[in-house]
Every structure is written in structure tokens, then in C-alpha cells.
Design a protein around this ligand. Structure first.
Ligand code: UFG
Length: 327
């Protein structure tokens, strides 16, 4: 039976992908160096290799020992602010790491890869909701590395004959319904888990980064999309690649924007807890508004998010959060 290799399968989005593949009866192999991932996030049904995506010999061994027909790539550095301070580490891990994967895929004739890209490839968008054909213009090294890989995929796929999906996520959030896995970054920089930490008293309050943006309530607007909806979009993309439909680039979002204040309000409603707010300066590099048009994947593959309300997303995040933080 062919298998999928999930690089970064012990991390937040990767572990949800592993569950989605297993639920569908696929064979799954996880490669993760556990520098950020969690070994306990990987179920026993998945084969586990501990190691670095940049280790070509290890990749060759995995492709020799298993018949892999698709690679999913989640093993990237994801912090925008950190990428500005340490760009070379981002190029090393996010670009060179994928280069090693593609080299090994080419040696072993692995036919498909689904790559985790980002809304950050658009920078400060001129059109909202953002369609995939909007010119890309990243404003930080993180977005640049993801865009560099998208371009590398295009040229390498032509030369080496594999096909790829590049999925540009907007704001991934929430957790699987049974709360067995969820968002657990260290350090945590993402809005919803930080708000939930304020709700359980692990933080004094949530800092709102900028209240003077050109938006209705002055705070930044983002498109929050549930992690299991993201995983389902990957499965649909894999199916399209297996059908031979060729390379795919899709935005993945709900198509609705919510401001930081609205997210805080939704967290208050979902948790029933008091959440104090402090107003802080803008975070450098934050665009005012990022909202996806996911029309392309809807019309081509029939993907629509199942979690459409912020409350329903936050409820799943909350169930995981109180368990994880032992609150
Ligand atoms: N925010 C706050 N206070 C906080 C944390 C965040 O006000 O303590 C605000 C941010 O300024 C932003 C919004 O909440 O307006 C969302 O911030 P996140 O850090 O949760 O998410 P980003 O939109 O910055 O980042 C997301 C992904 C990143 C990815 C980026 C690409 O989580 O991994 O999109 O645009 F790099």
C-alpha cells in the first residue's frame, strides 16, 4: 500500500493532517525532529521517523523503505517577527529544507507534494478578499521563503515530473473535536491561544497590537480557518493530484474577516470568562486586513469550510486549551 509522508507531522497543523489521512484509511509516515513538535501528537498507527527534513540520507531511507506517493510539508519556521531578526535561519530551514525533500523525491520518483504556503506571500494586499492571482509581494523573510519554495516547486515539477499543491493558509486555528491534539507553540505568538491564556489567568490580559488601523473598530482583520477544514482541503488537493489534474495553488480561508476585538469578544462568549485587554502599539509588518477568496478551491474541488462561525472555532480551541494548560 502506498503511503503519505507528513514532514512536521508532530506539529499543530501536521498532526491534524495525520489524523485526517488515517481516518480515511491511508498509510502515514511522520518525519519530525521534535524541535517544535510533540511526539504524543503522533498516533501509534503512523510510522514515526525522528529527524531533520534537511537530512537527504534519511529521506532516501524513508523513500527506500516505503512506497510513498505523496509528501505533505509542515516542517517550517512560522514566526514573522523572528524571520525579520534571523532571516538566514528561515532560508535554511524553509527553503533549503524543501530543496532536500525535492531532491530526494526526484531520486525516488515520488509523484506528488502538498506544500504549506501562507497568506504572507501577498504582503499588504491591494484587493480584499484576496484571489490567488493577485501579485505576490511579501513584506517579511517568512513570506519570502514560502514564495521562494512555490517558485522552486514550479520549476522542479516541470523538470522532474512530480505535481504539487501550494496551499496558502490564512489564520489556522481551533482543534480537533475530541481535543486530543491542538495548538501548542512555544513560545506562543498566535492571537487565540494567547486570549485563552488570559481567560484562564495564565496571562494578566491580552495585548491588542494597534487600535488605529483603517478598519471599522481600528484593530486588524484576519480570516480564521479551522485546522480540520485545512486538513480536508489537503485531502481534496491530494485527490486532484492523484487524478492527474496538474499543479494547484489555492487560498484557504473562510472568506470572512474578523477584527482582533471581535475575536476577543467571541472568546469571552465561548469561555464565559473575563478577559482583560491592554492596548499596545502596532506589531511591525502586520497588514490591516487579510481575507481570503477561496472561490478557486470551492469551484474546482468543492471545498467549503465546515466551521464558519468564530464561536464554533473558538469552542474547539477552548476545549483543547483547558486540557493542555491544565486549567
Ligand atoms: N495580535 C494581537 N495581540 C497578540 C497577538 C496577535 O493583537 O498578542 C493580533 C495581530 O496583530 C494580528 C492578529 O492578532 O492582527 C492575528 O495575529 P496572529 O499572530 O495570531 O496571526 P498572524 O495573522 O500574524 O499570522 C498568521 C499565521 C502566521 C503567518 C501569518 C502570515 O499565524 O504563522 O499569518 O500572514 F505567518
Amino acid at each position: 500500500m502506498t503511503a503519505s509522508l507528513v514532514c512536521g507531522g508532530a506539529g499543530y497543523i501536521g498532526s491534524h493532517m495525520v489524523r485526517a489521512l488515517l481516518e480515511r484509511g491511508e498509510r502515514v509516515i511522520v518525519l519530525d525532529d521534535l524541535s517544535k513538535g510533540h511526539r504524543e501528537f503522533v498516533p501509534g498507527e503512523a510510522a514515526f521517523y525522528r529527524g531533520d527534513i534537511g537530512n537527504g540520507e534519511l529521506l532516501d531511507r524513508i523513500f527506500r523503505e516505503n512506497t510513498v506517493d505523496a509528501v505533505f510539508h509542515f516542517a517550517a519556521f512560522i514566526q514573522v517577527g523572528e524571520s525579520v531578526l534571523r532571516p538566514l535561519e528561515y532560508y535554511e530551514n524553509n527553503v533549503t529544507g524543501v530543496l532536500r525533500i525535492l531532491e530526494s523525491m526526484a531520486r525516488h520518483e515520488v509523484p506528488h507534494i502538498v506544500f504549506s504556503s501562507t497568506a504572507a506571500v501577498y504582503g499588504e494586499p491591494t484587493v480584499v478578499p484576496i484571489p490567488e492571482d493577485l501579485p505576490t509581494a511579501p513584506t517579511n523573510p517568512y513570506g519570502e521563503t514560502k514564495l521562494a519554495v512555490e517558485k522552486m516547486l514550479r520549476w522542479a515539477s516541470e523538470a522532474h515530473g512530480f505535481t504539487y499543491g501550494a496551499l496558502r493558509y490564512f489564520n489556522a486555528c481551533g482543534a480537533i473535536e475530541d481535543a486530543s491534539i491542538g495548538e501548542a507553540h512555544n513560545p506562543e505568538t498566535h492571537l487565540i491561544p494567547l486570549i485563552l491564556d488570559a481567560a484562564i489567568g495564565k496571562r494578566k490580559c491580552i495585548s491588542v497590537f494597534g487600535s488605529d488601523y483603517d478598519t471599522p473598530d481600528g484593530t486588524c482583520i484576519r480570516d480564521y480557518v479551522h485546522v480540520t477544514d485545512l486538513a480536508r482541503a489537503h485531502l481534496l488537493t491530494l485527490d486532484a493530484l492523484r487524478r492527474g489534474e496538474g499543479n494547484k495553488t489555492y487560498n484557504l480561508g473562510n472568506g470572512r474577516g474578523f477584527s482582533v476585538n471581535e475575536v476577543i469578544e467571541a472568546c469571552r462568549r465561548a469561555t464565559g470568562r473575563r478577559i482583560d485587554v491592554e492596548h499596545a502599539p502596532r506589531r511591525p509588518g502586520d497588514p490591516a486586513r487579510l481575507v481570503a477568496s477561496s472561490e478557486r478551491i470551492r469551484s474546482e474541488l468543492g471545498w467549503t469550510p465546515r466551521y464558519t462561525s468564530l464561536e464554533s472555532i473558538v469552542e474547539t480551541a477552548w476545549r483543547w486549551h483547558i486540557k493542555y494548560r491544565k486549567a
